[in-house]
Ligand binder design. Structure first.
Ligand SMILES: NC(=O)c1ccc[n+]([C@@H]2O[C@H](COP(=O)([O-])OP(=O)(O)OC[C@H]3O[C@@H](n4cnc5c(N)ncnc54)[C@H](O)[C@@H]3O)[C@@H](O)[C@H]2O)c1
Length: 349
């Protein structure tokens, strides 16, 4: 049994990590940790483990061999590096860190410790995504020349004025929060090609001034008009890689009343549109006719699989697709998107 600690008992801790460890016969939940004592106690009551408020108590226990880091983005690097240096294996939630420099520090700590560092790029364990990857790898789509990524919503800024909209804490807005999943998924399906150049622009428009922001509902808590809004709510960009080009448009908010959340893989033999978190359609042309098909498959629980594969690394070593060495390319691209936007010119990597 792998003794595990979950650090951060908020939304993703409760929705994914705690239930997945509890269900997994290979894991024993030894600690649940949150700086808010009631959250740690509530998690201990529901899932078991000792409730603590200081993650260093988890790291000091030699029986613990693995931790999940489910805390806000600005704490990922510090807690992950401390955990690796204490000899623990780490599954850190996405994004790896607030910025690429911090993600590199995490990768260095992984190398120093020779323990596993996986990032919560959970779509790499999504069944539909893996079917698409197999279609690409076996040449069913032919030569993929472009991938278009859309993560646009009408009104979906989370917790206006809070942690999500404060650059110091989150590192950015819609790109680092949503775009990380879309970009990482595209990179995974393409075999993580080397990024070459990035040209982009990020805009912080509809969320500021905060009191003028019109919305019907808000996730991640009600607005705090005394708080901070200094992140982007719209981003656009073009990435050249060693393989296909990738273009993206992302919006936490836009004055267009639709949500367009999909990834298009354009190949010369066939194309695929994956609706994020759902199924995909395959489009092709044969014998002078156009075909469109929807696949059927049994989907597994990607969070369970993400954590099960992490436990496999803890027990046997090895690299899964969530390893920092792959996920860090997504961090590098996101950093280049922000850098290109700030510099208002193309960034060469
Ligand atoms: N994989 C996904 O699909 C997914 C979904 C949601 C969130 N996330 C990521 O998970 C992380 C957490 O997001 P969330 O929505 O659960 O946030 P949250 O605010 O709901 O939960 C974070 C928890 O961490 C606790 N915390 C903060 N600092 C701490 C510290 N030093 N030690 C112990 N606990 C601490 C907070 O008190 C809070 O309970 C973020 O990085 C986010 O990007 C990933």
């Amino acid at each position: 049994m792998v003794k595990v600690g979950v650090i951060g008992c908020g939304t993703i801790g409760n929705a994914a990590h705690l239930p997945a460890y509890t269900k997994n016969p290979r894991a024993e939940l030894a600690y649940v940790c949150d700086i808010i004592p009631e959250r740690a106690q509530k998690a201990a009551g529901e899932y078991g483990g000792k409730a603590v408020t200081d993650y260093r108590e988890v790291l000091a226990d030699p029986q613990v061999s693995a931790v999940s880091v489910c805390t806000p983005n600005n704490t990922h690097s510090t807690i992950t590096v401390a955990a690796l240096d204490a000899g623990k294996n780490v599954l850190c939630e996405k994004p790896a860190a607030r910025c690429y420099a911090d993600a590199l520090v995490m990768q260095e700590a992984q190398r120093r410790s020779a323990k596993t560092l996986n990032i919560g790029v959970v779509n790499r364990f999504n069944t539909a995504v893996n079917v698409i990857k197999k279609l690409i790898d076996t040449g069913e789509l032919g030569n993929i020349y472009h991938v278009y990524v859309s993560f646009r919503a009408h009104r979906s800024i989370p917790g206006l004025g809070g942690a999500f909209t404060t650059k110091e804490i989150a590192g950015g807005g819609v790109l680092i929060d949503w775009g990380v999943h879309y970009l990482d998924l595209a990179m995974y399906c393409l075999g993580d090609p080397e990024p070459k150049t990035v040209s982009s622009q990020a805009y912080s428009v509809l969320g500021r001034p905060m009191e003028d922001y019109s919305f019907l509902g808000m996730w991640a808590g009600p607005p705090d008009y005394s708080g901070t809004y200094d992140v982007e709510d719209f981003v656009t960009g073009l990435i050249r890689t060693g393989g296909p080009t990738i273009s993206l448009n992302g919006a936490w908010a836009q004055n267009i009343g639709v949500s367009d959340t999909y990834i298009d893989f354009l190949g010369d033999k066939a194309g695929v549109r994956l609706v994020y978190g759902q199924n995909f359609k395959l489009y092709t042309a044969k014998g002078g006719a156009l075909f469109e098909s929807t696949p059927e498959f049994a989907a597994s629980d990607m969070f369970y699989d993400e954590i099960d594969s992490f436990l496999g690394c803890v027990e046997n070593g090895g690299k899964t697709p969530a390893n920092i060495d792959y996920a860090i390319r997504t961090s590098r691209i996101m950093q280049a998107i922000y850098d290109s936007s700030d510099a208002k010119k193309e960034v060469i990597l």
